[in-house]
Design a protein around this ligand. Structure first.
Ligand code: PLP
Length: 482
C-alpha cells in the first residue's frame, strides 16, 4: 500500500471519526492497564501491513480515547480543533520541517510573525507587542519568569547562577495556574518564593492592597521582588485579576508583569469581553492558548512580549553549528530565529494551522462560536439556578461556572456529606458517558465545573448536559448514594 493510499485512508478515517464522535462515551471507559496489557510486549521484527495497524487503531486505541472533540466535552478547559486546523496539521506533518532558525524554513518563521501579529490585533493588544508561538502556556510562563529573573539580577543569573544572590520573590494570586508554581521552581527561585496573594471580590481577583503589603514587607526583609503574574480566567473557577490595578503596582515597584490568559485570551477577540483584560496592554508579556478555545489543534500557544531582546537575552544561545552563514553577529532585518525565544531548540511549524483556521473561518465566525459558548453556558447556569436541586457556586465567567447538586434528601446536610454526594455523582455522570465534566475545590468545598467550548457544540448539547445532570442526580439521590 502506498503513502497516497494510506493518506486517503487516514483522511477517510478522520472524517468518519468526526462524523460518529457523538456516538462514543465522551470520557474513556477503560480500566487502568487494560490497553497496555492488550499491546504486544515487544516490537515486531518485521513490518506489519498498514491494514492490520488501522484495524488495531479501531479495536485497541479508539475505545481507550477520551473524545476531546466530542460536542459534549464540558470538562477541564477545551482543547478544541477544527477541520481547517486538522488539514493544516496534516500537511505540516507531511513537510515535517524543523523550524528552529529562519533559514531552516523562512516561510515558517515569517508566517509565524504574521500570524502572531494577526492574533495581537484580534485580541486588541497594542502595537509594540511581538509574538512567538510556544508549545504550551507553561513554557511561555517559564520564559517570562526567566526573563524577569534576568531583569531583576541585571542579567547575571544565566552566567553565575543564583547562589549568594538575593532572595527573589514572585507574586500571583492563589487562583493562578500551577504552571506559575512550576515556572518559579524551574527558574531556581524556589516554590516558597512564589507569594500566593489572597483574592478578594466577586471576580476572585488578587487583593491589590495585600499585594502591595507583601511587596513592602519583602523589601523591608531584604528580599528582591521580581515579577507578578496576573490571572485572566483562572482554571478553577475563572478568576480574573484587575490587571490595570496590578499593572499600576508592578510599574511602581519595577516588577515584570506577565498575564496568564491561557483559556480566556481567546474570548478577547470579542470586544464585549475585553473589559476583563483592561490593563493587559501595560504588561511585559501575555500568554493565551489558541489550542484551548480558538479552534486550533494542540499545541499552539500565543506568547506576546513587549521587549523581545529581554526574552532572547534570557533564552537565546548561538553556538557555531546554529550560525546562519552570512548573517554575522548582528540582527539582519527580517530574520528572526525563534528558537532564541523558546525553551526548546527544535520547533514545529505551528503557524500554518493558525493561518488555515483564521482564513477559513474569518474572525467574525470565530467570534460567533465563542459568543455562542458563552451565551449557552449562561443559559444552562440560569436553568440550574432555577432548579431547587442545584445551586450555582460561582457564576459564569465567559463560558465557565461551577455548581453543586443539593437534592431534597441532602438539604440541610453537613457540607462534607453534600460534597461526598457531588463527588460520587460526578463519577456517575462521567461513567454514563453522555457528557463529561470535571471538578475543583472552591473555598474548601468540592464543586463541579462546567465549561462549553468545543467547536461543534450546539445549544442542544449544552441543554442536554442540564437534562443528564437532573436525571442522574435525581436517580442517584433516590437509589445510588449510600
Ligand atoms: N494557565 C491556565 C489558566 C490554564 O488553564 C492552563 C491549562 O489549563 C495553563 C496555564 C497551562 O497550559 P498549557 O497546558 O498550555 O501549559
Amino acid at each position: 500500500m502506498s503513502f497516497r493510499d494510506w493518506a486517503h485512508r487516514a483522511a477517510d478515517w478522520s472524517a468518519d471519526y468526526l462524523e460518529r464522535v457523538r456516538s462514543f462515551p465522551v470520557r474513556a471507559q477503560t480500566r487502568p492497564g487494560a490497553i497496555h496489557a492488550a499491546l504486544p510486549a515487544s516490537p515486531p521484527e518485521a513490518g506489519e501491513p498498514m491494514d492490520a495497524i488501522f484495524a488495531d487503531l479501531d479495536r485497541l486505541i479508539l475505545p481507550g480515547m477520551t473524545h476531546w472533540q466530542h460536542p459534549r466535552f464540558f470538562a477541564y478547559f477545551p482543547a478544541n480543533a477544527s477541520p481547517p486546523s486538522v488539514v493544516a496539521e496534516y500537511v505540516t506533518a507531511a513537510m515535517a520541517a524543523q523550524c528552529m532558525l529562519w533559514q531552516t524554513s523562512p516561510a515558517a518563521t515569517e508566517l509565524e510573525a504574521r500570524m502572531m501579529d494577526w492574533l495581537r490585533q484580534m485580541i486588541a493588544l497594542p502595537e509594540g507587542f511581538a509574538g512567538v508561538i510556544q508549545d504550551s502556556a507553561t513554557s511561555a510562563t517559564f520564559a517570562a519568569i526567566l526573563t524577569a529573573r534576568e531583569k531583576a539580577l541585571g542579567g547575571t543569573a544565566n552566567a553565575h547562577g543564583l547562589a549568594g544572590g538575593p532572595t527573589l520573590r514572585v507574586y500571583a494570586s492563589a487562583q493562578t495556574h500551577s504552571s506559575v508554581d512550576k515556572a518559579v521552581r524551574m527558574a531556581g527561585i524556589g516554590g516558597d518564593n512564589l507569594v500566593k496573594v489572597p483574592t478578594s471580590g466577586s471576580a476572585w481577583g488578587i487583593d491589590v492592597a495585600a499585594l502591595e503589603r507583601a511587596l513592602v514587607e519583602d523589601r523591608a526583609a531584604g528580599r528582591l521582588p521580581c515579577a507578578v503574574v496576573a490571572c485572566l480566567g483562572g482554571t478553577s473557577i475563572g478568576a480574573c485579576d484587575d490587571i490595570a490595578a496590578v499593572a499600576e503596582v508592578a510599574r511602581r515597584h519595577g516588577l515584570y508583569l506577565h498575564v496568564d490568559a491561557a483559556w480566556a485570551g481567546a474570548a478577547m477577540i470579542c470586544p464585549e469581553f475585553r473589559h476583563l483584560m483592561r490593563g493587559a496592554e501595560e504588561a511585559d508579556s501575555v500568554v493565551f492558548n489558541p489550542h484551548k478555545w480558538l479552534f486550533t489543534n494542540f499545541d499552539c500557544t500565543a506568547h506576546f512580549v513587549r521587549d523581545p531582546a529581554a526574552l532572547t537575552g534570557a533564552l537565546g544561545l548561538r553556538p557555531a553549528y546554529l550560525r546562519t552563514l552570512g548573517r554575522g553577529e548582528g540582527e539582519v532585518a527580517g530574520v528572526t530565529d525563534y528558537n532564541e525565544w523558546s525553551v526548546p531548540l527544535g520547533r514545529r511549524f505551528r503557524a500554518l494551522k493558525l493561518w488555515f483556521v483564521i482564513r477559513s473561518y474569518g474572525v467574525e465566525a470565530l467570534r460567533g462560536k465563542i459568543r455562542n459558548h458563552v451565551a449557552w453556558s449562561r443559559e444552562l447556569a440560569e436553568r440550574l439556578a432555577a432548579d431547587p436541586d442545584f445551586e450555582i457556586v460561582t457564576p459564569p465567567v465567559l463560558s465557565l461556572f461551577s455548581f453543586r447538586a443539593v437534592p431534597a434528601r441532602l438539604r440541610g446536610a453537613k457540607p462534607a456529606e453534600i460534597d461526598a454526594f457531588n463527588e460520587a455523582l460526578l463519577t456517575r455522570v462521567n461513567d454514563d458517558g453522555r457528557i463529561y465534566l470535571t471538578q475543583t475545590v472552591h473555598e474548601g468545598r468540592f464543586v463541579i465545573r462546567f465549561q462549553a467550548g468545543q467547536t461543534e457544540t450546539t445549544r442542544e448539547d449544552v441543554m442536554m448536559a442540564g437534562d443528564v445532570l437532573r436525571e442522574l442526580a435525581t436517580e442517584f439521590a433516590a437509589t445510588g448514594f449510600r
